[in-house]
Each structure stands twice: as C-alpha cells, then as structure tokens.
Design a protein around this ligand. Structure first.
Ligand code: NAP
Length: 500
C-alpha cells in the first residue's frame, strides 16, 4: 500500500453499510461492523424476523449434524444446548437471542428485500422492495448458499392433484398420518425427515435416485446436571467447542481432501454401519452406493436406516418415469398411488445473492461478470465490484464443517479491509483479475486429490466439473484467510468520495 498510506487521514472514518440478509452471517457482520465503529448499518431482511436457514427450514427432524458447541459464535457460546446435534428450533432461538443481546434487531428492516444495488460515485445505492434507496460505503451479501429450493424436472410434476411441497417450504397444514406420502430424495435433509414421517404414521414411499453413505455419529441428549456444570464452567464450553472443531477438521475435512488414513477409516465406519444396520440383503444392496465415501456430502445420521426398515416405509429405486394426477409411475411400469408428494431435492447452490440485480464499477452486471463462470476471490470479493463482500461465496469450505466458524474467519478477513478503509488507506477495493484467475486455478488444482471425484454426481462440482467448494483442508483455509494478501487487490481513491 506504500504510497497510498501518504493519503492517511488522521481522523478515522466511520462509514456505512448495507447488509442483505439477517441470518447467521448477517447477524455476525452487523455485530462486527458495529464493533468497528461503523455509524450506519442497515440490514435488509425479506422475512419478518432473523434466522435465515433455521427460520425457513421447519421440516420434521430438522437439526444440525455439526456439533452444537462449534456451531455457535465463538463470542456468544451457549452452555446449555439440549443435544450434541441441536434441533432446528433451538438453533433458531439461539440466533434470535444473539440478535436481541447485541441489539441487531434494531438495525433490521424486516419484510424488505434488496431489489437492485449499484456502485456509483464511490457508494453503493441499494433499491429496496419498499421503493426507497439506501446509500452506503459497503455492501454485504449475507444471503446464504442453500436457500433457493431446487424442484425436480420430472414430467407431470405440476399435474399432481394432491399437496406437493419442498422440505424448505414445509406444509404444517397437511396431516400426514395414515396418508400415502411420496418422498423424493435421500440427501442430508431426507435422512433427518424420513424417520420422523414414518414415526408420525405416514405410509411412506421413498424414491431414491442415488444411495448415500451414512456416518453414524450418535446424538447425545445433554442432561440438566451437565448443562448446570457447563453454565458454571464456561472454560469447558470452550474446550468442548475446540474438541469438536478439531475432530471435524482432523477427520472429515481431511478425509474428503485426500488424506488416506482418515478416508479409509471413514469408509470402514460407513460400510460397517450399513452392514450392521440393514439386515435384509436386498435392501442393503439398494442402499449401497457405488461411489467413494465423501464424494457426496457425508450424511451424519443414526435414524434413517431404522426408519426405512419400518413396515410403513418402502424404498423405491426403479427411478421415476413420470408423475400423474394421482401418483408416480416408476420406470419398471409400477404405479404408486399417492396422497401427497414431498420434495427433498436440495437447492440451487450457485444462485448466491440472485435474483437481486447487482451493478458494479462501470455498470458491470453480475450476470455479465458471471456469464461464463462464477468468479470470486477467496469467496468474499468479486472483481469489478468494489467495496462489496459476499459471505459463504464460491469456494468456501462448506460441507461437513461449521458454517458459523467459517463465517467468523471470513468476517475477520473482511474486517481487515474495512478497517484499512476507515484509516483512509483507500476508498475502493476489489480483487485484481490476475488474483482471481490464480485463485481459481489453485482451487481447480486441488480437486484431483479430493473424494469428490469419486464417481458420483453432486452439488459440490459445477457444470464444468470444477469445485464449488474449497478442496483443501480446513487448516489450510484458515491459514490462507488469516489476512488479505494486499498485492491481490486494487486499492483506489475516488475523487468524488466524501469522507463520512
Ligand atoms: P441434496 O443433498 O442436494 O439431496 C437432494 C436429493 O434429492 C438427492 O438424493 C438427489 O438424488 C435427489 N434428487 C434431486 N433431484 C431429483 C430428481 N429429479 N429425481 C429423483 N431424485 C432427485 O439436498 P438436501 O438433502 O436438502 O441437502 C442439501 C444441503 O443442505 C446438504 O448438502 C447440506 O449442505 C445442507 N444440509 C445440512 C444439514 C445439516 O444437518 N447440517 C441438514 C440438511 C441439509 P441424487 O443424489 O441422485 O442427485
């Protein structure tokens, strides 16, 4: 930054920010930006309360298969989680309580979405669904990753006469007891929901396209005595969190990133789990994947195998041919009469902040910038979009790791740039195209060692077969995200900028 620092203004700038989304990442950003002294922070939230994915996903059995203590913010540990793997409603209450404690709600404009954002004369201008425009020095997209439900392209799906819904848009008004429910999908969501629906008395036909590897990490109910102990000894909460983090980092991320020992161990556990959990050889054959463990996201679950073996559950593997008004025809010519259809068919992972319209420098649109391929530098910055930050963007180490921990690392990285701006070291920052190309080549190069090229189709890879996620270990990511490499950025002063 050499010569730029000559422009150092002794009076520290405060600055303003618009954050889009009041989920886990939006709440975190608001807290950290306020700590840094930004004077105006507005969070635009399309819904009527904070919570993001935990507000939206209310399907039966919704839980987090990442241990709860490492899923909480490091600065707001929760001593009294009810379970090792917290249930969705408890996580939602946790984020609501953090938002309340840190007075984040007062920064939120609920029921307001961002329609369009333009970078003009050194400021972001954000047009909201209420018709007004906000001006800010920084724009943050905290819009999450897995929030655009993917509805399957199955012939006749729209002809089905009964209720049909995606797991992310759960219908509480449909009484499933005794009803013939068709359930499409067998991913992480399905593994949590299926046993609950079976236990609730639905007559379930599960349409499986691809079987999954299941890792049986048993949930532990945390009793009152243990909670009291943890409340009294916060250091143990931290120790528990660190232990969980080390376990996941050393085991999961290394197993998928090409470490042989961890992968062999994971494979052995998953295979034994399948062998000992499923007694019927025919059902076991249907549930045996033909790809490497870790190729798709590892499903951490101990209830699915039990649920699918119950008398009111049936696993259908012939493949769906078409849907009609009354049910589903499978490819073997069999007709499955159904009262309702549940889609656990995942999300569009590369939508990010869209459909919002984004115009960067020189009116560059996001659609133009990403026309050929999604490009970002270290997940959080985009060339051509100054003073813009994207949380959990392309190549974040999402998978079997805590997105909260990930977001804290990303926020730490971003805050270093924001604070340099506050010190007057620049007005505008964006990554150079060379840095982005180099980074993307580096990410592509990491793919060959991962389990993701293990013979499956998954949302971890894009249409060109390049990784959407971080292909190296967590430790490497954390190290590389410790601070921004200054030579990878263009820092500019804009003549029109008014110091705020
Ligand atoms: P997913 O992992 O993408 O699984 C979608 C399922 O739907 C797959 O079984 C897929 O089959 C099937 N499917 C999709 N289109 C289909 C079609 N046209 N016909 C038949 N089957 C079809 O979705 P998800 O289970 O909702 O999970 C998405 C992500 O959410 C996870 O990877 C994870 O990151 C996150 N999640 C996390 C947790 C947690 O506890 N932390 C819980 C739930 C979800 P194929 O496998 O053949 O494509």
């Amino acid at each position: 930054m050499g010569d730029l620092s000559q422009r150092f203004t002794p009076q520290q700038r405060k600055g303003s920010a618009v954050i889009i989304g009041a989920g886990m990442t939006g709440i975190l950003l608001a807290i950290k930006l306020r700590e840094a002294g930004l004077k105006e922070i507005t969070i635009l939230e399309k819904a009527d309360r904070v919570g993001g994915t935990w507000r939206e996903n209310r399907y039966p059995g919704v839980a987090c298969d990442i241990p709860a203590h490492m899923y909480a913010y490091s600065f707001a540990p929760k001593a009294d989680w009810s379970n090792l793997f917290a249930r969705g409603p408890e996580i939602q209450r946790y984020f609501e309580s953090v938002a309340e404690t840190y007075q984040v709600n007062e920064l939120c404009r609920f029921n307001t979405s961002a329609e369009e954002a333009r970078f003009k004369r050194g400021k972001w201008q954000v047009r909201t669904s209420q018709g007004d425009t906000l001006n800010a020095d920084f724009l943050f997209c905290a819009t999450g990753v897995l929030h655009h439900p993917a509805k399957p392209d199955i012939p006749g799906l729209d002809q089905f006469e009964g209720p049909c819904w995606h797991t992310a848009e759960w219908r509480d008004d449909v009484d499933i007891r005794g009803e013939r429910i068709g359930f499409i999908g067998t991913g992480s969501t399905a593994a949590q929901a299926i046993p609950e629906l079976v236990d609730a008395g639905a007559r379930l036909t599960v349409f499986q396209r691809t079987p999954q590897w299941l890792l049986p990490l048993r949930d532990i109910r945390i009793g009152e005595r243990a909670k009291r102990f943890l409340r009294r000894h916060p250091r143990w909460v931290t120790a528990l969190r660190d232990l969980q983090t080390q376990f996941v980092a050393q085991f999961f991320t290394k197993a998928t990133a090409g470490h042989r020992f961890q992968h062999a161990l994971l494979t052995a556990i998953c295979r034994l789990n399948l062998f000992f959990s499923i007694r019927n050889p025919e059902l076991r054959r249907k549930l045996t994947p033909d790809y490497k463990v870790g190729c798709k996201r590892i499903v951490v679950n101990t209830t699915f195998y039990r649920g699918i073996q119950k008398a009111n559950a049936h696993l259908e593997t012939s493949g769906i041919d078409r849907v009609t008004e009354k049910g589903v025809f499978t490819r073997d010519g069999k007709f499955h009469r159904l009262d309702a259809l549940v889609l656990a068919t995942g999300f569009h992972p590369t939508q990010y902040m869209r459909p919002m319209k984004l115009h960067g420098r020189d009116d560059l649109t996001l659609e133009q910038a990403w026309q050929k391929k999604i490009r970002a530098y270290r997940s959080v910055t985009l060339p051509g979009f100054p003073n813009f930050f994207l949380m959990l963007g392309p190549h974040s180490p999402i998978g079997n790791f805590s997105v909260t921990k990930m977001s804290e690392v990303q926020t730490g990285y971003i805050m270093q740039l924001v604070k340099a701006w506050q010190r007057g070291e620049f007005d505008e920052v964006e990554p150079t195209n060379e840095a982005v190309d180099r980074f993307n080549a580096y990410v592509r190069d990491g793919l060959k060692n991962t389990a993701w090229v293990g013979g499956c189709q998954s949302w971890y890879l894009d249409a060109d077969g390049d990784p959407i996620l971080w292909p190296y270990t967590w430790a490497q990511w954390e190290k590389e995200m410790a601070s921004p490499e200054r030579t990878d950025f263009d820092f500019r002063f804009s003549p029109q900028t008014v110091s705020s």
